[in-house]
Design a protein around this ligand. Structure first.
Ligand SMILES: Cc1cc2nc3c(=O)[nH]c(=O)nc-3n(C[C@H](O)[C@H](O)[C@H](O)COP(=O)(O)OP(=O)(O)OC[C@H]3O[C@@H](n4cnc5c(N)ncnc54)[C@H](O)[C@@H]3O)c2cc1C
Length: 318
């Protein structure tokens, strides 16, 4: 389907504006459209898994290219009259209705809001790592482990917590080297060292200078002293940066975690701001596609109920 611009943005009043058209936002929109709610999805078009050629672990869609998954989702929601706009929401203001401001100048009003803006992965500043992300620099064994099983893995520590990643990925390969990079060996707990030994993970002290890439394939990890370790896959730990600026500006209660600051939500994604729900990676860094889709669905069913009761109560009062 073609993505359209708002025709008369300043006059548009929607039941719901969904900010973000990834798995979470589109799933919410599907439920809202099927419940006959006038719904607008505004999507900036930068889904988190865009660097990957394939999406794994979503039952019945295992291996589907992420772009195809989202294109199918957009087609499905459009069947129910949901409007989609390729733009970025720069502000959401509270009033009787919410007023949503778009980067290209449009505006829309909405009775309820779903924030499904995902997160951005900030890669460790080791040369080559960001460029190879989603190909042979990976972060998630559940997303990619099967595809690279039994290959020689490197794990790049960003902190002592990198031990967990090294231990986890050792399920998928017996040949794992854990590069301490800027982490001193003394920072690792005794139990961690014993677990690494039990898993057969080699601990490599010293700073990593960069990746060796030949013919567009990762072939090794180069240390600052010039040594090269032959590796075809490196697991790294990007810093998750949730796109929660809109929620913070709306005054939502936020929870600071070691993996980013996320809104406090109930089981359906309702934030502390009445009328504003959130879903997907906007509420937690570990939400996979199937969780994000599920979260969007839950938020939408809660909104349908909320709007229904609001309308009935207004009729009673009127
Ligand atoms: C390399 C990589 C590979 C992955 N592989 C897998 C896998 O195989 N299987 C799996 O289950 N999970 C995988 N994931 C995780 C997956 O990407 C997330 O679970 C999923 O993208 C979360 O969906 P979401 O809808 O919350 O966010 P996203 O998919 O990131 O979608 C958010 C959307 O909101 C838009 N947006 C943000 N801010 C605004 C704004 N202000 N206005 C308008 N639009 C906005 C963004 O541009 C984006 O299009 C992978 C992640 C990475 C990094």
């Amino acid at each position: 389907m073609t993505e359209q611009d708002l025709n008369e943005p300043s006059d548009s009043r929607y039941d719901v504006v969904v900010v973000g058209g990834g798995a979470a936002g589109l799933s919410a929109a599907l439920v809202l459209g099927r419940a006959r709610h006038r719904t607008l999805v505004v999507d900036a078009g930068e889904p988190r898994n865009a660097p990957s050629a394939h999406m794994q672990g979503y039952l019945s869609r295992d291996g589907m290219p992420p772009a195809e998954f989202l294109a199918t989702g957009r087609e499905e929601v459009a069947r129910y009259g949901v409007e989609l706009v390729r733009d970025r929401v720069t502000d959401v203001a509270r009033g009787g209705d919410f007023t949503v401001t778009l980067e290209r100048g449009g505006r829309a009003r909405a009775r309820r809001i779903v924030v499904a803006t995902g997160l951005k992965d900030e890669m460790p500043d080791v040369p080559g790592v960001a460029e190879r992300f989603g190909r042979d620099v990976l972060h998630c064994p559940f997303c990619h482990g099967w595809e690279v099983r039994d290959e020689p893995f490197g794990v790049l520590a960003s902190s002592a917590a990198g031990v967990h990643q090294a231990l986890m990925v050792s399920r998928w390969s017996k040949d794992v080297r854990f590069f301490l990079h800027r982490v001193a060996e003394e920072e690792l707990a005794d139990l961690d060292l014993r677990r690494l030994a039990a898993a057969g993970v080699d601990v490599v002290p010293g700073e990593v200078a960069g990746l060796v890439v030949e013919d567009d394939r990762l072939t090794g990890v180069r240390m600052a002293d010039g040594t090269v370790h032959s590796r075809s896959v490196v697991f790294a730990a990007p810093r998750p940066v949730p796109r929660t600026g809109l929620l913070e500006r709306l005054g939502a209660e936020m929870d600071r975690t070691p993996f980013g600051t996320y809104p406090v939500v109930d089981g359906n994604g309702l934030t502390s701001v009445p009328g504003v729900w959130a879903a997907g990676n906007a509420i937690g860094f570990s939400e996979q596609v199937v969780h994000a889709a599920s979260g969007g669905y839950r938020a939408a069913t809660a909104i349908v109920g909320d709007l229904r009761m609001a309308d009935l109560d207004a009729a009673l009062d009127g």
